[in-house]
Design a protein around this ligand. Structure first.
Ligand SMILES: [Zn+2]
Length: 455
């Protein structure tokens, strides 16, 4: 018997965590926290696992909402084996250490889980077994109740460095979990390389299920629009702030900007990065021959000229026209991009370029929905501020459009589909569309705590 139980990230984006039971073997697919929640609230519902075996944890990629709850899972299930790609393991070593301080702060008053330490992260990282793309490995649990073994393998998902879709095989039955996926090439990474046949059950992300095609413009056209608008700002002596996620978006934007400057399409000004994002760019560079890259000879670190965190006065970064890539991507309070945005808004010559998805609860969303001349509060508790700089919006997504996902689904034509990682309207769109093109396919919308038996 095979069953599937969502512990988080079912009909929302955040805290992705799914429990799969195959003939008594307990398999966790992803184990993330919710970026817009704090402390215990941000974790998957591990209580749903109370009497269930947990043997193995397979992690699709190192974004916070897919891996950051792993230290808490291991507190409750210390003997569970963990598997990732080598790149995800390398990234997690940086990002999980980076999260230690934040979690210690958030979990002060709570005691169901104890905040983990840097030593515990070291042990956790050492215990991760890494498997390269396409490598098939055995994941039978302790009480596996079938003569047939369970095997798993990771397949390049094209989303960020080391990202993988997870293929699971047992006794002629197959399950493929996409994790976060980009079927098309981005600037640094080529598109996903996933199995397109022999998938009986497909567990698929629905991030863009409610996003019309026109809202996800062609990456190269968007790049040209970016260059022309950036040149206008820089020529007038302004500086450009680009809030980015440290992992993935930072490296993709760096590659785009570096190439545009190299070609002379974009004015050659100083590019600032720093902190965790800069360290992650180093990991990208180290892996450029290890996994598929569009241009493995390119060194992304050469495109960043100055370190934002080694600048004594933040005002200095605006003295000469420059481009600043700063995390967080959604301009969350307390981060570099939040502090810089407050400074940027005061200066007419400057611009903030928003390049990715904004959750509606974030300051980044409030900026995205505003224009020069508006007075806004970045958060409910900050002072109202009039926006003097320009606000420009671009879209460079690391997730596939719904049209591309539907093409892949039609080609795979699985017997069962489970829709995850999307807002309810995204899941609805995908579900209805699948039913119209594949009437024989059984479609499930994942729901937190609701077990699905896979037949
Ligand atoms: Zn992701």
């Amino acid at each position: 018997m095979i069953s599937f139980l969502p512990l988080g990230g079912a009909n929302e984006i955040g805290a992705s965590c799914f429990y799969l039971n195959i003939e008594g073997s307990g398999i966790i697919l992803d184990c993330g926290t919710h970026p817009q929640k704090n402390g215990i609230e941000s974790l998957p519902h591990f209580d749903l696992l109370s009497s269930l075996p947990v043997d193995v944890s397979l992690i699709s990629h190192a974004h916070q909402d897919h891996i950051d709850a792993l230290p808490f899972l291991i507190q409750k299930h210390p003997y569970a084996k963990i598997y990732t790609t080598p790149q995800t393991r390398g990234i997690a070593e940086l990002t999980l250490h980076n999260a230690v301080g934040i979690m210690q702060e958030q979990l002060k008053e709570q005691n169901i889980f104890h905040p983990y330490t840097h030593e515990e992260i070291d042990l956790l990282i050492q215990s991760i077994q890494w498997k390269t793309y396409q490598e098939r490995f055995l994941i039978n649990g302790y009480r596996h109740g079938s003569a047939e073994s369970i095997h798993a393998s990771f397949h390049d998902a094209g989303h960020i460095l080391g990202s993988a879709g997870i293929f699971i095989e047992h006794d002629n039955r197959t399950i493929f979990y996409t994790g976060d996926i980009s079927l098309d090439a981005q600037f640094v990474l080529p598109g996903a390389n996933i199995p397109k046949s022999n998938i009986e059950t497909l567990i698929i992300e629905c991030t863009h299920g409610a996003t019309e095609d026109v809202l996800l413009p062609d990456r190269n056209e968007e790049k040209i629009r970016f260059a022309s608008r950036a040149n206008q700002i820089l020529e007038k002596g302004g500086s450009i702030l680009i809030p980015v996620f440290a992992l993935g978006k930072m490296q993709e934007m760096l590659a785009m900007i570096g190439r545009l400057m190299h070609k002379g399409t974009l004015a050659a000004v100083d590019v600032y990065t720093g902190g965790l994002g800069k360290k992650l760019t180093h990991i990208y560079d180290k892996n450029r021959y290890a996994v598929p890259f569009n241009n493995p000879d390119e060194i992304l670190e050469e495109y960043q000229h100055r370190d934002l965190y080694k600048t004594e006065q933040l005002m200095d970064v605006m003295r000469t026209p420059s481009i600043i890539l700063a995390s967080s991507g959604m301009v969350v309070e307390g981060t570099a991009s939040f502090k810089l945005a407050q400074l940027w808004m005061q200066h007419k010559k400057n611009a903030v370029f928003l390049v990715g998805y904004m959750d509606s609860s974030t300051p980044g969303y409030r900026l995205q929905e505003s224009n020069s001349g508006d007075t806004i509060q970045l958060t409910d508790t900050t002072e109202p501020q009039t926006i003097r700089c320009s606000i420009d919006r671009f879209r460079f997504s690391a997730h596939s459009s719904r049209e591309r996902l539907m093409e892949a689904i039609q080609q795979i034509a699985p017997k069962n589909i489970i829709l995850v990682h999307g807002e309810p309207e995204s899941i609805d769109w995908m579900g209805n569309e699948i039913l119209s093109i594949l009437p024989k396919t059984k479609v499930h919308a994942a729901e937190l705590g609701k077990q699905i038996f896979i037949k």
